[in-house]
Design a protein around this ligand. Structure first.
Ligand code: SAM
Length: 260
């Protein structure tokens, strides 16, 4: 039995029913596939059974990389690197279907990197099928006016449509994680706001949600140096709180911020 490294978030999915369910989310026959963190190859085996055109794997752990190489040989192309260092747009010239039972310590970092690096109208992926810890997944899919709603939901909903496929209990993994997990399915949106710099959306949401219990007056003043006409133009009631504004309003605020 392989000793799992906690530092690399290694909880291997062993439940055959869940593995089957993940693979059934979308048709992968003759499609290009990228799997993030294949680990011991449990999900990779299921992917290969479904006749994909080609399978790329990105795995940081050297030991697991050589195990996977021996197991799947020329059936897969392995990149032994940190996914956070990879420029997917440069490497992959055709759209991929991406699978990942993500290492939980960097799952939001991976998702945010992908969203911020997406080229306008030229996504390098067709869809994402990703596992997160349930608490994080709930934040990603949350709607405004709910306690979980925040930066992650706004950023995700800027470029992606997202839906939950299912929740998964700890005993589907080895070693068992302490928390429940959720599988999410993401598809790129066709229409979305274009910003001069996507980092501005991050700045705006950071300023608002870092003060999530405060009324909107305070972050609004901070962002627009007291110019209340912008709030009037966007018909925003400054007595509300950050969680009460829809993603669309945050996109409009960012547009106004970029005009300053
Ligand atoms: N896919 C396998 C499964 O479901 O059984 C393993 C999933 S495990 C939760 C996460 C995997 O991501 C591990 O194999 C780990 O070594 C790998 N990993 C961790 N950090 C990584 C990183 N920064 N870049 C690439 N892979 C990473």
């Amino acid at each position: 039995m392989i000793k799992a490294k906690k530092s690399l978030g290694q909880n291997f999915l062993t439940d055959q029913n869940i593995l089957e369910k993940i693979i059934q989310v979308t048709n992968i026959e003759k499609k290009l596939i990228l799997e993030i963190g294949p680990g011991t190859g449990n999900l990779t085996s299921f992917i290969l059974k479904n006749n994909p055109k080609k399978v790329f794997l990105i795995e940081k752990d050297e030991n697991l990389t050589s195990i996977i190489k021996n197991k799947f040989k020329e059936q897969v192309t392995i990149i032994n690197d940190d996914v956070l260092n990879i420029d997917e747009k440069k490497i992959f010239k055709e759209k991929l279907i991406v699978f990942g039972n993500l290492p939980y310590n960097i799952s939001t970092e991976i998702l945010c990197k992908w969203i911020l690096n997406l080229d306008d109208n030229n996504f390098w992926f067709d869809c994402l099928i990703l596992m997160f810890q349930k608490e994080v997944a709930d934040r990603i899919i949350s709607n405004f006016n709910s306690a979980k709603y925040g930066r992650l939901a706004v950023l995700t909903q800027w470029k992606l449509n997202v839906k939950k496929i299912c929740d998964i209990k700890p005993n589907s993994f080895y070693p068992k994680p302490k928390v429940d997990s959720s599988l999410l399915f993401f598809k790129p949106k066709k229409d979305y706001y274009n910003f001069k710099d996507p980092k501005n959306l991050e700045t705006v949401t950071r300023i608002f949600f870092n003060q999530r219990r405060k009324m909107l007056k305070k972050p609004f003043n901070q962002l627009f140096n007291g110019k209340t006409e912008i709030a009037n133009k966007l018909e925003i009631d400054l007595n509300l709180r950050p969680q009460n504004l829809s993603p669309d309003i945050y996109f409009q605020i960012t547009k106004e911020y970029e005009k300053l």
